[in-house]
Design a protein. Structure first.
Length: 730
């Protein structure tokens, strides 16, 4: 799907210019104001009626007003009562589905499937627009290398290459081929920039990174979103190199607009302009509004500073009206592109027709199935893998999360309804009837252990145990930083007691971040990472547990053994003392392995795969000049299904560069392919490495390829593969 970036057209610019000439200063400022539904503040911080303010042309956007009838009513105030009839842009945090909730973004990234991400975003757009929403604050592009940060759940993991692929897919899905289509909504790339690098994993905290790390890790997904045609950006809460992101002219103007040519508009995060004051970057509201607008934040979300301060700044001469004009121009450009002037209202009959459609539920279930990661699957005594479960077995299902509809939705499922969810318990009861024994065990946040005895008793009566443990939905997402990533509460005690019965145990993990589960990984024979899978959690899990769907998900974030290893990510720089070898004077720890529990890219299957050694398609000499003039290096490997059943495998292509002007990571992902193979079937996977894949920001901060030794791995994860090497000459 190719997006029409019509908001950049001369035709729209002509319309914008004509309208801008007619606008008063107050009407211009109104376009730069966003209020949350029911919460509008006017001069002197006094409450005002939103309908009255809309009739005066004083609101550019409203968030959290949901429903075609409700949005239409407020829209009529703007269209029929205001002097110029400029429509309001209604917005919402539609992060992983509107009413039909698909898995959280971190789980979606584990599918390694851009097509299903695009389809799910499209589903969310169709449902959301039916309820009056034409702007979503998604996708989140933040690369996250620290599992203590709760908002890791909202992004695509730790890798910028995969982040770029999925960024483009999310944008295509939300925006469709034409923004003026009433089924399309404008996407918002957030949080610009480096919000995922918060120090210590503490949300909203300082980010201190070099220009090279910004360029190589945090910025690429945002550039990919622009290349896909994204219409809006959101500025972040954090500081970057000691400058608040919501007033950073280097990023918001220098990179975003001057370098990348972005012509949409930037909205602040919730009150992030007001927060310039506690940051110490501004002394009072006037200063905060001035610095944010000049830096390039076009719309003020909920700080109320633009509406109360911009007019006075113009009158005092501190702010030129031309700066306001440029911000208004960007906002109007998107409104024209969305077709809001011609079609400002939502067809109220669409709500019931497109919400929770059977095909949406089927898509949400498919996405959940693809997101599951089989972390471990070993035998329990007889040597035969515990999964998939066998028909005829009596199953003990244990754990409060197995029957918690609300927690299946995950964070930011604002319009999700727990009553729409089918839980794991419900699905297993439907399948097994009286062959299912359920025991709640202990709750996630409970300190009591009274339920453990009943859970153990249930386990002793069963052939196999499925135990559902992890985090509740409110333990990941915004403002959910954690210092301990082990199973909370008494869940580990519950699990240890159940494992002690000697029954085969399957651990199903529900969580929005990597957890530290070293005991579980050693003692539980089968572990299925289910994340927070959404509306169709139960049906998807039952199909995976019984082998009707063969898991193919792969981790996009490293699972540490202990919090003390964090930050832990696969694409770290080389060191001078890289490996243990009997010498303690190496990079690592004296009390723990330096390796992760489960590496980036890890994920098992009910079948098995074998990779041939990686090889170059040609042994011809390669020079940097060839690459810089459109040349490429072809690399390949053969993947074989060596098991007894069909399975999908994500073949991952990694590179490593040595002999360069700056130290490069030990590995970098530069491509992947998902292949479906029958038992015994082999397939050659080929990757093309061009200057795009081989270039990096060198010692002079130039993005170029250099002469080097190139190592390439085609592998099932970031710690595997037999490499091929070649020298790239000058």
């Amino acid at each position: 799907m190719t997006l029409s970036t019509s908001f950049r057209s001369p035709h729209i610019d002509q319309k914008v210019a004509g309208l801008l000439e007619q606008m008063t200063l107050e009407e211009k400022i109104g376009q730069l104001v966003q209020f949350s539904s029911g919460n509008a503040t006017g001069p002197d911080n006094a409450k005002v009626d939103q309908a009255e303010l809309a009739a005066q042309g004083g609101i550019g956007s409203v968030l959290n007003l949901v429903g075609a009838r409700e949005t239409n009513a407020l829209q009529r105030c703007a269209m029929e009562k205001s002097r110029l009839g400029i429509p309001i842009l209604f917005s919402r945090d539609i992060i992983h589905g509107f009413r039909t909730i698909y898995p959280i973004p971190l789980a979606m990234s584990a599918t390694w499937d851009a097509d299903i991400a695009e389809q799910c975003a499209r589903m969310a757009a169709v449902e959301g627009t039916a309820h009056g929403i034409r702007w979503t604050f998604s996708p989140m592009m933040d690369i996250a290398r620290d599992a203590r940060w709760g908002r890791i759940s909202e992004g695509n993991g730790e890798d910028p290459w995969l982040g770029q692929v999925l960024a483009a897919a999310w944008v295509r899905g939300y925006q469709g081929q034409d923004l003026s289509d009433p089924l399309s909504m404008v996407a918002c790339a957030k949080h610009f920039v480096a919000y995922g690098g918060a120090e210590g994993g503490r949300d909203y905290n300082t980010v201190d990174v070099s220009d090279r790390v910004l360029r190589e890790i945090y910025l690429p997904p945002f550039k990919a979103a622009i290349d896909a045609g994204v219409g809006t950006f959101m500025s972040a809460f954090n500081t970057v190199q000691s400058v608040p992101a919501s007033a950073d002219v280097r990023m918001l103007t220098g990179v975003l607009r001057d370098e990348w040519g972005f012509q949409g508009f930037v909205v602040s995060d919730w009150n992030s302009i007001g927060e310039l004051i506690p940051h110490g970057y501004a002394l009072k509201g006037e200063d905060a509004a001035l610095k944010a607008l000049i830096a390039g934040v076009d719309m003020d979300m909920q700080s109320n500073l633009y509406i109360t301060k911009l007019s006075g700044l113009v009158e005092s001469g501190r702010l030129k009206v031309e700066v306001i004009d440029e911000a208004v121009r960007r906002v109007l450009r998107i409104k024209f592109a969305l077709g809001l002037f011609e079609n400002p209202y939502t067809d109220e009959s669409r709500e019931a027709a497109v919400t929770l459609k059977p095909e949406w539920l089927a898509l949400a279930q498919k996405a959940a199935e693809e997101s599951f990661v089989l972390l471990k699957n070993e035998g329990a005594g007889d040597g035969k893998p515990v999964l998939p479960l066998q028909s005829g077995q009596t199953v003990a299902l244990i754990g409060a999360l197995a029957d918690s509809a609300k927690d299946m939705l995950g964070s930011w499922a604002l319009s999700g309804v727990p009553g729409d969810v089918t839980t794991l318990r419900q699905s297993l009861e439907s399948r097994l009837g009286d062959k299912l024994i359920y025991a709640r065990g202990v709750g996630v946040h409970e300190e009591g252990t009274d339920g453990i005895a009943a859970a153990v008793e249930a386990a002793t009566r069963a052939d196999v145990v499925v135990i559902a443990l992890g985090e509740t939905s409110d333990m990941s997402g915004e403002a959910t930083s954690r210092t301990r990533l082990s199973l909370p509460g008494k869940q580990l005690e519950l699990l240890q007691a159940v494992v002690a019965t000697g029954k085969p145990v399957v651990l199903v993990l529900f969580n929005g971040r990597p957890l530290t589960i070293p005991w579980e990984a050693e003692h539980v024979p089968a572990i299925l990472e289910a994340w927070l899978p959404g509306t169709q959690a139960g049906p998807a899990l039952v199909r995976a547990l019984y082998g009707e769907y063969n898991p193919s998900g792969k981790l996009t974030t490293t699972f540490p053994r202990t919090v003390g290893q964090i930050p832990l990510y696969y694409n770290c720089e080389r060191t001078g003392r890289p490996r243990p070898g009997g010498d303690r004077f190496i990079t690592g720890y004296i009390d723990e392995s330096h390796l992760p529990l489960y590496p980036f890219g890890w994920g098992l299957s009910y079948t098995s795969f074998e990779y041939s050694p990686t090889r170059f398609s040609s042994e011809a000499e390669v020079r940097v000049s060839d690459l810089n003039h459109g040349g490429s290096i072809q690399v390949e490997a053969t993947v074989k299904n060596t098991g007894s059943r069909e399975g999908a495998e994500v073949a991952q292509c990694y590179i490593g560069l040595r002999g360069t002007s700056v130290v490069r990571p030990v590995r970098e992902l530069k491509g992947f392919q998902k292949v479906l193979l029958q038992p015994g079937e082999s397939r050659k996977v080929t990757f093309s490495l061009t200057s795009k894949e081989l270039a990096f920001w060198n010692i002079d901060m130039q993005f170029i390829a250099e002469p080097c030794e190139l190592t390439v791995w085609i592998a099932p994860h970031a710690q595997a593969g037999e490499p091929a090497k070649m020298i790239i000459e000058a």
